[in-house]
Design a protein around this ligand. Structure first.
Ligand code: C5P
Length: 402
C-alpha cells in the first residue's frame, strides 16, 4: 500500500500498441498501491490485449464503447470523467496523441480526455521514427502547453527491432511518478534555480568541446521540485530533452552564458541546484572559419571558465547551495573536499565513467551535508530526483545550512 495512491481513482486508457501487454501489470501495481482503477480500451487495443485480462486485473468491467447503454446506465462517460483523480493513457499511440492534441472526441477514451478535469497523463509508446517525426513532436508540444503530462518514452530496443526513443516506461516507474504527482507542498512557495546539461565551448563555427552529460538528472530534479510546489527556473545547456512545462526555461550554450544567466537570476532564489556539467575551459580564441586539416598536430589553448557555483557561494545573501561532484575515483573524499572548498550546503557525489552516471537513465549517489552522509541505492534519475528533493526540503524546513 502506498499512502499517496490509496483510494485514488485512476482511469487507465489503453490504446493499440504492442506495449499494451504492460498495461495489465500497470493496473495490477496501481491496485497493489491502493488505487481504484477503471480501464478504458480502444478497439485497436483489443488487438493486443483482451478486455478479459484488463477486467481481471482491474476488478471491474472494461469500458470500451461511448454508446454502450448498459455501461452508461452503470456509470456514464461524463460521470467517469468526473470520477477520475487522474487519467493515464498507457500506452499512448501517436494516433491517440494526435487526436487529443486536436480535440477530437470520436470514441470513449478521447471523449473522456475532453470531459475530464483530472490530471491527464500520456505514456507514449511507438516506433522511434514515429516518435521523432516532427508531426508527433508538434502534438507533444501542443499537449504539454495544455498542461497534460507526457511521461517518457524510454530509450532502448523496440519491438520492431530498432533501437531508440519510443519504449513505454515500465509500470513500476509509472506508479512511482503517479504517486509523486499527488505528493506536493514540501517546497511550496520556494524559488528554485537549477542548471542542467553540458555546455558547448566553440572551437570554430562547426566544432565544440563538450562532455557526456545528458541533462536527465537536472531535468528530473526540475520536475520533482515543481511537483513539490516550487517555482523552478531551469537554465539548461544543449540537450535533447523536453523542458518541464511549468518551469521557466532558459537555454544557454556555453559556460559563460550559463554563468551570466545564473547571476542574473540567483538573487531571488531560495535554493540553487547546480547540476550542470559545466565545461571547466573554453578556447582562448574561436576560429571564425572552419579549421582546415593540415598539420599533424593542432594545439588549442584553453582558458579557465568561471566557477558558477563557487561564485554564487560568495554572494552576500546566498541561497541553499547544492552541488554535484561527478568523479571517476576517490568519490567521497573528493566530494568532501569540494563541499568544503566551494562552501556548499550539500553535495551529491556520483561515480561516473563507462556506463555510470552521466548520460544514463539510472544513477548511484551519496549525499554529503553538514556532518551527515547518505548513500542511495542505484535507481532511476526520476525516482532519485524525488528522494533528493525530499531530503533538501527537509533540510530547508529545519533551517540547516553550511
Ligand atoms: O569542481 P567541479 O567541476 O567538479 O564541481 C562540480 C560542481 O560545480 C557541480 O555542481 C557543477 O554544476 C559546478 N560547477 C559550476 N561551474 C563550473 C564548474 C562546475 O557551477 N565552472
Amino acid at each position: 500500500m502506498n499512502p499517496v495512491l490509496a483510494n485514488k481513482q485512476i482511469v487507465v486508457g489503453v490504446t493499440g500498441g504492442i506495449a499494451a501487454y504492460k498495461s495489465a501489470d500497470f493496473v495490477r501495481r496501481l491496485r497493489e498501491a491502493g488505487a481504484v482503477v477503471r480501464v478504458v480500451m480502444t478497439d485497436h487495443a483489443k488487438a493486443f490485449i483482451t478486455p478479459l485480462t484488463m477486467q481481471a486485473v482491474s476488478g471491474h468491467p472494461v469500458y470500451d464503447d461511448l454508446f454502450d447503454l448498459q455501461a452508461e446506465a452503470a456509470m456514464g462517460h461524463i460521470e467517469l470523467a468526473r470520477w477520475a483523480d487522474a487519467m493515464v493513457i498507457a500506452p499512448a499511440t501517436a494516433d491517440v496523441m494526435a487526436k487529443i492534441a486536436h480535440g477530437e472526441a470520436n470514441d470513449l477514451l478521447t471523449t473522456l480526455c475532453l470531459a475530464t478535469r483530472a490530471k491527464l497523463i500520456l505514456v507514449p509508446a511507438m516506433n522511434q521514427v514515429m516518435w521523432e517525426n516532427s508531426l508527433t513532436q508538434a502534438n507533444v508540444q501542443a499537449l504539454q502547453t495544455k498542461h497534460m503530462y507526457i511521461w517518457g518514452p524510454g530509450t532502448g530496443s523496440q519491438a520492431c527491432g530498432e533501437v531508440g526513443p519510443g519504449r513505454m516506461l515500465e509500470p513500476i516507474t509509472l506508479v512511482e511518478q503517479l504517486s509523486a504527482l499527488f505528493m506536493t507542498g514540501s517546497l511550496s512557495g520556494k524559488q528554485v534555480l537549477i542548471t542542467a546539461g553540458p555546455t558547448h565551448e566553440a572551437i570554430d563555427p562547426v566544432r565544440y568541446i563538450t562532455n557526456v552529460s545528458s541533462g536527465k538528472m537536472g531535468y528530473a530534479l526540475a520536475e520533482s521540485a515543481i511537483e513539490a510546489g516550487a517555482h523552478v527556473t531551469l537554465i539548461s545547456g544543449p540537450v535533447h530533452l523536453v523542458p518541464p512545462v511549468r518551469a521557466e526555461y532558459i537555454p544557454v550554450i556555453s559556460a559563460r552564458q550559463m554563468y551570466n544567466a545564473v547571476l542574473q537570476r540567483v538573487k531571488d532564489c531560495d535554493i540553487f541546484l547546480s547540476v550542470a556539467a559545466v565545461s571547466d575551459y573554453h578556447c582562448q580564441s574561436v576560429a571564425s572559419q572552419k579549421i582546415a586539416k593540415s598539420a599533424e598536430q593542432l594545439t588549442l589553448v584553453l582558458e579557465r571558465n568561471p566557477d558558477i557555483l563557487a561564485t554564487v557561494a560568495e554572494l552576500p545573501t546566498r541561497p541553499y547551495l547544492v552541488g554535484f561532484a561527478a568523479e571517476t575515483d576517490h568519490l567521497i573524499s573528493k566530494a568532501q573536499a569540494k563541499w568544503t572548498k566551494k562552501k556548499l550546503d550539500m553535495i551529491i557525489a556520483n561515480e561516473v565513467g563507462e556506463q555510470k552516471g552521466m548520460g544514463q537513465e539510472d544513477n548511484t549517489v551519496t549525499v554529503l551535508w553538514k556532518n551527515q552522509q547518505k548513500a542511495f541505492a542505484t535507481m532511476s534519475k526520476v525516482k532519485l530526483a524525488r528522494e533528493l528533493i525530499a531530503l533538501i526540503a527537509g533540510e530547508i524546513h529545519n533551517g540547516r545550512s553550511h
